[in-house]
Design a protein around this ligand. Structure first.
Ligand code: BDR
Ligand code: CA
Length: 320
């Protein structure tokens, strides 16, 4: 399979970290840059965690650009109750050796695709603040990317942060709305939390398998997701912890993993009662679809990719 050049926007908490591992350790992509944003944790912590994750796979040369410190119109509500105070399961990871870039994430998101038009795939794993801000400066931004994959929302309106909303869409609904309204089905593929809940849950058997693999990457994945496991048990009631960002990354790396999708017209609610809820118009009279909405993924294929990645040989240190 050809390697895909990627830009990844992330609020690096524990599942974002696994997505970064998939992107860097699996050999299926060439991560050109990472942009960070406030979400799971404050942006300084998500930047730290992104650097740690890249260093874990030896990719010390990937530039990391810190971005927005809070949502466009609201204060930040983090998910440290889910991912731990440090966003990485409170595992006491040492500081990274590399430093972030001075260029702001918004500038990076605008500049890279202008330098490589139509070449780069953008994968967003976080509240869409950086992306929406970039779109306000360049409304044609998405046409400059090869494709955009977004982890946001819940297409079945079964939420994880509110009864009907998913965290990334809820944290910055105005940004999510700007992104949805700039999307087209040809350019934007959207993966909601419903996909994660159905097809990307690490069951006790999967967790045991991960532990038994015992490689440094398998152990890293297992440890940093401990607090998410507790939260899944107590709040979402899933049969294990789910991996929304990794399953989105898997789809971006191998779209053949998608087993069910629809083209739909989607907006995002910004009112308080339904904050961040996806509004999907499936009427005959609905406006033209604005995105490709993934509904199911090959669960076995996704987990195979994850297990293969964490057992792949240690990559050479990449200090480009
Ligand atoms: C999303 O919110 C965060 O907690 C995860 O990192 C993921 O991006 C899932 O709702
Ligand atoms: Ca995330």
């Amino acid at each position: 399979m050809p390697t895909r050049p990627l830009i990844i926007d992330t609020d690096t908490g524990s599942d974002d970290a696994v997505a970064l591992l998939l992107a860097t350790a699996g050999g299926l992509s060439d991560v050109r840059a990472v942009t960070t944003v406030a979400g799971n944790v404050p942006v300084a912590t998500s930047t730290r965690n992104a650097l740690i994750s890249l260093e874990t796979t030896g990719h010390t040369g990937v530039p990391v650009h810190p971005g927005c410190e809070r949502p466009m119109m609201r204060s930040l509500t983090s998910a440290q109750h889910v991912h731990g105070e440090d966003g990485m399961g409170d595992t006491g990871l040492p500081d990274p050796t590399q430093s972030p870039e001075p260029t702001h994430a918004i500038d990076a998101l605008l500049t890279y695709p202008r330098e490589h038009p139509g070449e780069l795939t953008l994968v967003t794993l976080a509240p869409l603040t950086n992306i929406a801000a970039a779109l306000l400066r360049d409304p044609q931004l998405f046409t400059r990317y090869r494709h955009v994959y977004c982890m946001a929302g819940a297409a079945d309106t079964c939420g994880n942060i509110s009864p009907t909303a998913e965290f990334n869409a809820w944290a910055d609904p105005e940004a999510a709305r700007i992104v949805a309204r700039a999307a087209t089905p040809e350019k934007v593929t959207w993966v909601g939390w419903d996909v994660s809940r159905k097809d990307a849950v690490m069951t006790p058997a999967d967790q045991q398998h991960l532990q038994q693999l015992g490689t440094p990457l398998a152990t890293f994945v297992h440890r940093i997701n401990r607090t998410v496991g507790d939260w899944a048990r107590d709040v979402t009631g899933l049969a294990g912890y789910d991996l929304p960002d990794p399953v989105t990354m898997a789809v971006a790396l191998d779209p053949g993993l998608i087993t069910e999708y629809e083209e739909a017209h989607v907006d995002v609610a910004v009112g308080e009662e339904a904050r961040g809820q996806m509004i999907i118009d499936r009427r005959v009279s609905a406006p033209t679809p604005n995105m490709t909405l993934v509904r199911r993924v090959d669960e076995a294929g996704f987990k195979r990719l994850l297990f293969d990645t964490v057992t792949s040989p240690a990559p050479a240190t990449d200090a480009r």
